[in-house]
Ligand binder design. Structure first.
Ligand SMILES: NC(=O)c1ccc[n+]([C@@H]2O[C@H](COP(=O)([O-])OP(=O)(O)OC[C@H]3O[C@@H](n4cnc5c(N)ncnc54)[C@H](OP(=O)(O)O)[C@@H]3O)[C@@H](O)[C@H]2O)c1
Length: 268
């Protein structure tokens, strides 16, 4: 039988119930603030780095990204899943594994392999990632560590379609980041170039598009409000930043392909 809600969470624990859903409500407020702030002005790193920014002292960029992504995405997530989580079905472990695939790459491999223009980044950028990530990653680890899924969820279309989307998004995201890395063919080169090929023919930011697809897949497969609020938070960054990046490309390259969109092929 098809269950609209295919899991049980904190039915007999009101305290944990309200910690979980209270943090989701807080997360929703942060989504709205983030969307407004990011739409108005891009965070000053990468293409939008500004010498006059007041985002605080400089920290090494690779270390900064590891702190903002690997600490909450790997360390905190594992601690919450194993020490605060109680559910131990196959679905819980599948979700743990796919989340860690993303965050060991994003939090460890990505900062080590990318060829950044600047070796430093403002501490405000690091904290601006670290603080909301702690909240959203806690709430997702709390959910996938504690939700007791139906025993036949393995065959549920939400589980299968969501995971497929996650894998497709993961491949697009990693491919696009590698493609951007390869634009700076030599170690130490710092220029910006027009990326061509694959989804870059349709949009300026396939790395953000791929990650957005991943989190949509995550939300569908976990069938959770925790996943939804995290996906909305990612969207609150990806839509504004891809728009700023797209405008930046058009302003800096006279012959930038005019038919490209910013984030969603043919649409946005
Ligand atoms: N979940 C979230 O909320 C969230 C938020 C932001 C990012 N992310 C993820 O984090 C990863 C990195 O994001 P990002 O904002 O740093 O991406 P990005 O601005 O596209 O930059 C990625 C890398 O490619 C380089 N690069 C970008 N465009 C280039 C060009 N035209 N020519 C040469 N090099 C270029 C950048 O160099 P420079 O650093 O020198 O510009 C940087 O090393 C992505 O996978 C993204 O999906 C996730």
């Amino acid at each position: 039988m098809f269950n609209i809600v295919p899991w049980k969470l904190y039915e007999a624990d009101l305290e944990r119930f309200w910690v979980h859903y209270g943090l989701i409500i807080l997360g929703a407020v942060i989504v709205i603030i983030t969307a407004i702030v990011q739409w108005a002005k891009p965070a000053p790193y990468g293409k939008h780095e500004s010498m006059s920014s007041n985002w605080g002292c400089a920290v090494p960029q690779r270390l900064g990204h590891m702190l903002s992504d690997a600490t909450p995405g790997v360390v905190l997530f594992l601690l919450v899943f194993f020490l605060y989580g109680k559910a131990r079905g196959y679905a819980n472990y599948v979700f743990l594994a796919v989340w860690l695939c993303h965050y060991t790459h994003r939090g460890v491999l990505h900062p080590l392999m990318m060829r950044y223009k600047s070796s430093n980044v403002a501490i405000g950028i690091t904290l601006g990632g670290f603080i909301p990530n702690c909240l959203f990653h806690f709430v997702n680890a709390d959910f996938v560590g504690n939700a007791e899924y139906d025993s036949n969820y393995y065959y549920d279309p939400r589980f299968i379609i969501g995971l497929l989307l996650y894998i497709i998004g993961f491949i697009i995201n990693k491919w696009a980041d590698w493609k951007l890395r390869s634009l700076r063919s030599q170690k130490g080169s710092t220029g910006y170039y027009i990326p061509y090929g694959g989804l870059f023919e349709l949009i300026s930011c396939p790395n953000y598009f791929g990650e957005f697809v991943e989190w949509i897949g995550w939300t569908i497969s976990t069938w959770s409000l925790a996943g939804l609020v995290w996906t909305l938070f990612a969207a609150a960054t990806f839509f504004p930043r891809s728009r700023h990046n797209h405008q930046w490309y058009k302003a800096n390259f006279e012959f930038y392909p005019p038919n490209r969109k910013a984030l969603i092929p043919w649409i946005f």
